[in-house]
Design a protein around this ligand. Structure first.
Ligand SMILES: Nc1nc2c(ncn2[C@@H]2O[C@H](COP(=O)(O)OP(=O)(O)OP(=O)(O)O)[C@@H](O)[C@H]2O)c(=O)[nH]1
Ligand SMILES: [Mg+2]
Length: 555
């Protein structure tokens, strides 16, 4: 009973979009509302954390972009909110996609002047495939924006999703006056705040309220009334079932940097967003060997095989992110786990899927940007950070019931390759240690050429900005300067994991192609181009190639 109540309190969501739409700004503003509530209570220690930015990494501050996803947990209106800010740049999409496996819904931020941009569209596709409910925030209404009706149309046309405007903008750009809440029939008038530091003051009233009417010129007033009538006429109603199925998105307008519409979004989101959902596990090879469903097509509770509900009596969760050196004072690594079922208690002993060993989880934290606080218990929906386990990797399951195994983490095909040299032999230890850590975090992948005596790591990235992050972090966190050298390949394909060394020797590769191993010692072929990879595929039909990394290590 207790646990059901805790589960119902949790809301876990990610903020996604194309770069620069305002995710981090919105995140910070959501905290202002969440944090302000905490200030009223006893948790005054939190006060300074309002200054904590979601972009805490040095390189992020320098570049003004998000490079890594950030977890923030706060209480608001009786809810325990786990919020994940994600990077928008496509080179970091591996991190963003991993985060999407850990959430129950998303807020999609759109720059109202630009409409739906390519990366938003890609991320939306992932959400749709996963059936994740989507809430939309049309940001930057304080700047000249596209016609709001055209924006709704774009959502429907480009994304193929129904759009229900929960509120409606009044004017835009310099003439932006606020939003009309269609649920309560009230106008929220906008006042600019200096630097957007404080909660924006809002005055509220109906359309015909003289105080409101007096703020609007005739053109703006008439246009708003006309648009609202058109929306009423269209007769769409808020359809919770369609939202939960990811078929329709509630739309909120506002301006994150001005704190405007942020509270309406937060309240509207909490009213309709789903709590923690159950997840499918896969049959585990460890434990008793029987899948969670008992193998008879039904679980003990009578559900679908291996479907693990949050109320499942045993604790389970999976690691979706690893981050080292978040706090320069500690220099340790945190494994972020999404709790999926049961109750987590600090010091509990659980089964770790990768090592198939029992581990005791004694160092568990609640995370707030790069700040942390010991947490003694956690419930489904919570994201907690675990410290002190070097064997933990991304995708690992931790559970009190060894029969549960999650396979949630998506894999990506690298498309950019570059050697990473260590020019300073005296710093070899730091270089190696730093690189190993970054590889474990999944910041980048590394390959090693098969016939090369010098073990120079060949970095393999989804996008070239990842190289920059590796170099920057090696230097700033490990004191190791590095040098990149362009490599001639653009395509990597994984070979069957069970190929023997003799079989590898016997392969006849196209010109310029090379054999290499990934860090799990799985064999791969590097090709100069797609054509060469296809040619090899056609002439070696008995040796199937895979564009995705092998899931299991050879040793
Ligand atoms: N005018 C205006 N600018 C805004 C608003 N919200 C955000 N911005 C600005 O837009 C820029 C990008 O904001 P961020 O919050 O860093 O964007 P992001 O989506 O987190 O970007 P990435 O994480 O790099 O993908 C910053 O300069 C913000 O100040 C808004 O409501 N109005
Ligand atoms: Mg950001």
């Amino acid at each position: 009973m207790d646990i059901t109540k805790e589960i119902q309190k949790r809301r876990t969501f990610a903020i996604i979009s194309h770069p620069d739409a305002g995710k981090t700004t919105l995140t910070e503003k959501l905290l202002l509302y969440g944090g302000a509530v905490q200030l009223a209570g006893s948790v005054t220690a939190r006060k300074n954390q309002r200054a904590t930015t979601s972009d805490w990494m040095e390189l992020e501050k320098k570049r003004g972009i998000s490079i890594s996803s950030t977890v923030l947990q706060f209480e608001y209106a009786g809810y325990r909110i786990n919020l994940l800010d994600t990077p928008g740049h496509k080179d970091f999409s591996e991190d963003t996609y991993r985060v999407l496996t850990a959430v129950d819904s998303v807020v999609m931020v759109i720059d109202s002047a630009k409409g739906i941009e390519p990366q938003t569209r890609k991320l939306f596709e992932v959400c749709r495939q996963r059936g994740v409910p989507i809430f939309t925030f049309m940001n930057k209404c304080d700047r000249p924006m596209k016609d709001p009706l055209a924006l709704l149309d774009e959502l429907e046309r480009v994304l193929g999703i129904g759009a229900f405007p929960v509120n409606w903008p009044i004017g835009d750009g310099f003439d932006f006056r606020g939003v009309y809440d269609r649920q309560t029939s009230q106008m929220h008038l906008f006042e600019r705040t200096v630097g957007g530091k404080y909660r924006a003051p809002v005055s509220v009233g109906g359309v015909d309220d003289p105080a409101v009417r007096g703020q609007l010129d005739d053109t703006t007033f008439n246009r708003t009334v006309e648009e609202l009538q058109m929306l009423e006429h269209a007769g769409e109603v808020f359809d919770d079932a369609a939202v939960l199925a990811g078929k329709s998105t509630p739309v909120f307008f506002g301006s994150a940097s001005n704190n405007f519409g942020v509270q309406l979004l937060l309240d509207g989101f909490l009213k309709h967003a789903p709590g923690p959902k159950g997840r499918f596990g896969v049959p585990s090879s460890s434990g008793s060997g029987t899948p969670a469903g008992g193998g008879n097509g039904k679980t003990a509770e009578g559900g679908t095989p291996n479907f693990i509900t949050p109320e499942h009596p045993h604790f389970s969760g999976f690691i979706f992110k690893i981050q080292a050196n978040m706090d320069p004072k500690h220099r340790d690594r945190i494994a972020f786990i999404r709790v999926c079922s049961g109750k987590f208690e600090r010091d509990m002993t659980v089964h770790h899927s990768r090592s198939e060993k029992k581990v005791r989880l004694s160092s568990s934290h609640k995370i707030f940007g790069n700040e942390r606080e010991t947490v003694d218990e956690a419930y489904p929906g919570d994201v907690i950070g675990l410290v002190g386990h070097d064997s933990f990797g991304i995708g690992d399951t931790l559970t009190a019931d060894p029969k549960i195994l999650y396979k949630e983490i998506p894999r990506f095909t690298p498309e950019a390759f570059s050697y990473l040299h260590n020019p300073n032999t005296a710093k070899f230890k730091q270089f190696r240690q730093g690189l190993d850590q970054l590889l474990q975090e999944g910041v980048i992948q590394a390959l090693y050429l098969r016939d090369s005596a010098a073990k120079i790591p060949l970095l393999a990235a989804v996008g070239p900005l990842q190289f920059e992050v590796v170099q920057f972090r090696l230097e700033s966190e490990y004191g190791a300067v590095s040098r990149l050298e362009a490599a001639p390949w653009t395509v990597v394909r994984w070979l069957p994991v069970d190929m023997t060394e003799d079989e590898l020797d016997a392969l006849s590769l196209p010109t310029g192609a090379k054999l290499a191993y990934d860090i799990g010692k799985n064999p791969v072929v590097l090709f100069q181009n797609e054509w060469s990879a296809n040619y090899f595929g056609e002439t070696n039909r008995n040796t199937p190639l895979s564009a995705l990394p092998a899931q299991t290590a050879r040793d």
